[in-house]
Design a protein around this ligand. Sequence first.
Ligand code: ZN
Length: 142
Amino acid sequence: MSSSSLSAGDYIASKCTKCGQETNHTIVAMVDDVPVKVQCNTCSSAHKYRKPAAAKKPAAARKPAAPRKSKADPQAAERQQWQELESSFNPSAAVAYSMDTTYKVRALIDHPTFGLGQIQEFAGTRKMLVLFAEGTKVLRCG
Ligand SMILES: [Zn+2]
């Protein structure tokens, strides 16, 4: 299997600038088994060896790294706040929630849907923000 080894005088396909296409060339000079100078068999012009167009580099299909979700989860803060709260409060102090009842900030309530929650602040007329295990909810109040 020595067909791949070339030497001066061999024929090789190369791009010829004069002919504007790949033509058969005769190797004029070799360096380390690589043809460096060839002569076109069609137009007889000698030039540097150019690899045939087939030797294309594979297109680098670099995908940009997927943007990481670096934004802090807005609910994560509430969950942490809830966990701290949950470990400190006394569930028996919670009062059943009623939209007609007047509450105080920091009071504990027991909501039929959301469970235990702590009133964070009042927001507008007869509305209050209550922190539950699943997040802050806006509830009616008296
Ligand atoms: Zn040529």
